[in-house]
Design a binder for this molecule. Sequence first.
Ligand code: ADP
Length: 330
Amino acid sequence: SARTRIFSGVQPTGHLTLGNYLGAMRRWAEEDQHRAEALFCVVDLHALTVEHDPARVRRLSRQAATLLLAVGLDPELCTVFVQSQVDEHLRLSYLMECTASDGEMRRMIQYKEKAAREQARGGSVRLSLLSYPALMAADILAYGTHEVPVGEDQAQHVELTRDLAVRFNQRYGATFVVPKATHPAVAARVMDLQEPTSKMGKSHVRTAGTVYLLDEPEVVRKKVMRAVTDPGSDVVYERGERPGVANLLDVLAACSGGDPERLAEGYSSYGALKKDTAEAVVEMLRPVRGRHAELAAEPAYVDEVLRAGAERARGLARPRVDAAFRAMGL
Ligand code: ADP
């Protein structure tokens, strides 16, 4: 059909965070599923690129899928599924590995950061961590995706996906749509509350700076009230000089629909800003927690949504992936 096609996903490498929600999931539910033919995926294969515990990945994958529904994705409007249930991702991933170069994979910031983290833990770096962007390109390109709604941290991977699509089309014939990333206007990169120069991430070892979607209200309040702020005491929005305060303003603006610079004018102390931010986050997450609890009590319903989603995704992906095999000489 001529409808815009949208694809995006979350990794079950930890509990989903406020960063995942504000950077990506909220728009999927509020905007994307209503205006386009959209697919949203728990990308569990990607969770195997770093040291992992099988039972934990399975549990987190289920929780992530349940949360996708809890934030408001409606299976009547969009397709929700788990990546490993659709073989086309792996089939196309290999073709993407044969399209990409070693050098362009090694340049990826996420690879460098995660490889350093694995080495610091005394582990080895899995080959799949390096080739991760090939699988991500396959995730996106398999569906003829036009738009990829993601946080800013994924911009580089989507850029590489575009390069691979263009290269493949030039060498082997027009096969893929060349997609583009879209980012939210505010809070496209939510920063860690304890270390506001790095992004809030679900797989960080220290968790005091990360707000999880399923944190109890009291825990959310405590984390926000203890957020690291900057020297000085006046509330101004300066991402470079005042990253801690700017991050709180971004989060508050994203929750309350305001503009971070304008909001700053209404505060004369960090304490008041933190208090309002904490309450705004608690109120925003309250219905998500409630729906998650309801859905977790209905495992058969969630199973059926995921089964039907995978079937639909498979049907959409197969013709294009088959065409890519033929185009490459198989
Ligand atoms: P992570 O493992 O870092 O939590 P994922 O790779 O699962 O994130 O990404 C899921 C989505 O959430 C992506 O669109 C990503 O850009 C977005 N995202 C992740 N962390 C943040 C953040 N701190 N701020 C904004 N968006 C984020």
